[in-house]
Every structure is written in structure tokens, then in C-alpha cells.
Design a protein around this ligand. Structure first.
Ligand SMILES: [Zn+2]
Length: 372
């Protein structure tokens, strides 16, 4: 049988026959974009059901004109309070204090209730005598001047080096006084550690993020670059363990949105942690039943976050969280070549995820902007 088939495939007669058929050449994964023929009820949402707080946003301009533009987009989405995690901007560390101070004044002058700043740590010079004391002092000053939280970028663990050129681990003891100070000041630490595990895996046909690695080759890593993925997460968890009095928001669901049983085990051990869902809604939307159970269990410890500021993409988040729609598209093929299913969360849980949990752990947000 096989031999016959092979003969046919190889024979000129056979191939002549196939060229007469209007069959497309083999189609590449990147080109394949089938139009779904499935007819099911659709509830496309452009606005959240309740006003919400986006705890994971990045803005590089906070001047009056930028805030005015942002507010227009935010109102359309029902985004009531935006947390700009890049409180010290994206530029050189020397320029970051000016950025922070300007941003605080602009928010106070233009829209004090709608924007929040988290500050950042200036890692330059870590290891030099007095660095830790200086960093703690800076943090205290920033909080006094208006910062309502601390954001730690994924560079800690991946790129940050000390004055001897050595990688600074996420749980480096030189950072302990910083985490402790956040607990003392009553501000949360939103910490992003590592990236999706697939970035450390071989870029082959079995890798779910193959397309992302092709489009963004800089995201690809060797198994030990700079250390194994698991090591980074272990370091992060050790910070949670060492600082039980500090509240941590584990960004991107701690990179376990595709293994909620594992995330459950982490959250059980570290009650001082919450998670936010920035950039991982595609993981929840492919397992709506398991995700809903997880949201029921951890309804007090999940926050809404989005990360990249593309207003049109919020629609996918609202639809996965709020509706029971089936098999609807995600907005980026390189995150998800699969389709989404809604979790249909009840109002009581939606309110917690959209704003109640954030109001509880981030200080000084005006609660009158939100329903009970
Ligand atoms: Zn981010």
C-alpha cells in the first residue's frame, strides 16, 4: 500500500494530475488565516461593564496634552484609574527624577483622581558602598512625593549587573531593605520576573511561541541565558518568602497562566502575593472553565492589568472576562494561534478584579469613583 502511494507521488503522471487541480501549494503557518464558519452568539465589548483600574500600564508622556488624550481613550473603555508603572520614565537614570517630579505635578494639576504613579529602583551602581541606603532613601522620598507603589522590571534577574559585573539575582540580599521598606510604607511592589518559558525552549515546531520568536528574535534565549527559567522564578518566590509583610503583585500571573495548578500552589504558599493578568488573557481564554474556577478561588487576589497601551486590545480582555462567547479571535497571532472562550464571571468577581482588589492594596485611590 505504502509503496503504491510512494510510486504515485513520484510518478510524472501523478504530479501532472495534481497540477491540473486548483489546489494551493502547501500553505505556511504564517499565511494560514481561515475565516471561521462557526455561527454562535457574539457579544463584542468595547467598554468594561464596571469602571476599572489598570494596574499594569506604561506611559512615557505625562504632560497635560498627553493626559487629555489618554483620558479620552480611557473614558471610552471605562478605564477609571490608570497606574503608570514607569514612574521614572524610560530614559537615562539621571533624567528619571525630573521625569517623576514632572509627572507628579502634571497629574496633580490636570487629573489627580485618574492617574497613579509607581516608582522604580535605579540599579546603576549596585554593589558600591552605600547603594542600598541611597536606594531606600530615594524610595521613601518618592513615596512622600506621590508614588503609590514600586514597579520592578524584568531586567532584575536578566540584565541588571552589580559594580563587579555580576548578575544581580532577584533575591539578592542587597535588595532586602527595599522590599522591607515597601512593607513598612504600605505600598505594593509590582514585580515582573522572567518571560514566558517558551523563550528559553528550543525554537522548533513544538514551541508555542515560535512565531513570536521569529518576529522578535531578541526574545529568544538559550536554556541557561542568563540562567534557567525555573531559577528566576525560584529567586522571585524567595523574595516573597523573605518578606511576608510586603504585598507583591506578581506580574503576568507569575508566568504560570498556562499552569494554574502550579500558580495555585505558589499563591497558597505566599499569601502576601496577588497576580495581575497583563498580556496573558490568551492563556485564560483557552481554558475558560479552569480559569473561572481559579478566579472563583482567588477572587480577592487577582487584578486587572494590560501592559502595552493599545486601547483596541482591551476588547479581548472584557470579552474573555465578562461573556460566555465561544471561539472568538485574539488580537495577536504570535501570542495565540488559538481562539478565545469567555469565562462569564459574575458581577461580584468582576468588581473585585476590575477595582475592589486594587482599591484595597494600593493606597490613596479615591474610592468614590467606583460603585459598591
Ligand atoms: Zn510591563
Amino acid at each position: 500500500m505504502y509503496r503504491l502511494l510512494l510510486l504515485c507521488l513520484l510518478s510524472a503522471a501523478c504530479s501532472a494530475q495534481t497540477t491540473q487541480q486548483p489546489i494551493e501549494q502547501p500553505l505556511g503557518f504564517e499565511e494560514y488565516d481561515p475565516v471561521s464558519t462557526l455561527k454562535v452568539p457574539e457579544h463584542k465589548l468595547t467598554k468594561a461593564k464596571f469602571p476599572f483600574i489598570d494596574v499594569h500600564n506604561h506611559q512615557g508622556n505625562m504632560d497635560a496634552a498627553s493626559l487629555k488624550n489618554l483620558l479620552q481613550d480611557m473614558d471610552k473603555l471605562n478605564l477609571q484609574v490608570m497606574v503608570n508603572l514607569s514612574g521614572r520614565g524610560w530614559g537615562a537614570e539621571e533624567a528619571s527624577t525630573k521625569f517623576f517630579n514632572d509627572a507628579v505635578s502634571s497629574i496633580r494639576a490636570n487629573s489627580p483622581k485618574r492617574f497613579i504613579l509607581f516608582t522604580n529602583i535605579l540599579f546603576g551602581g549596585i554593589g558600591k558602598p552605600g547603594w542600598t541606603e541611597e536606594a531606600v532613601k530615594q524610595l521613601e522620598a518618592d513615596v512622600k512625593n506621590g508614588a503609590q507603589g514600586l514597579k520592578i522590571y524584568k531586567s532584575l534577574g536578566l540584565n541588571v549587573k552589580d559594580s563587579n559585573g555580576k548578575r544581580v539575582a532577584v533575591d539578592d540580599p542587597r535588595l532586602d531593605p527595599i522590599w522591607a521598606k515597601c512593607g513598612e510604607l504600605g505600598i505594593p511592589v509590582l514585580i515582573h520576573t522572567a518571560d514566558p518559558k517558551s523563550f528559553w525552549d528550543p525554537m522548533d515546531r513544538y514551541n508555542e511561541r515560535w512565531l513570536e520568536l521569529k518576529l522578535h528574535p531578541g526574545r529568544r534565549r538559550g536554556a541557561n541565558d542568563p540562567v534557567p527559567w525555573e531559577k528566576l522564578l525560584t529567586e522571585q518566590h524567595s523574595v516573597f518568602r523573605k518578606h511576608p509583610k510586603t504585598t507583591f503583585i506578581n506580574a503576568h500571573m507569575g508566568w504560570y497562566p498556562n499552569d494554574l495548578a502550579k500558580l495555585d500552589s505558589v499563591m497558597k504558599v505566599y499569601p502576601n502575593t496577588l497576580v495581575e493578568i497583563g498580556a496573558v488573557i490568551a492563556e485564560l481564554g483557552r481554558q475558560p472553565r479552569a480559569a473561572k474556577k481559579f478566579f472563583e478561588k482567588y477572587q480577592d487576589r487577582i487584578l486587572f492589568g494590560k501592559d502595552s497601551w493599545v486601547p483596541s486590545e482591551y476588547a479581548t480582555y472584557f470579552r474573555v472576562l465578562e461573556t460566555e462567547d465561544e471561539y472568538f479571535p485574539y488580537h495577536k497571532k504570535y501570542h495565540a494561534f488559538w481562539r478565545m472562550y469567555g469565562m462569564g464571571l459574575p458581577d461580584s468577581i468582576l468588581k473585585k478584579v476590575y477595582y475592589k482588589n486594587a482599591l484595597r492594596i494600593i493606597p490613596n485611590i479615591d474610592k468614590s469613583q467606583f460603585p459598591d
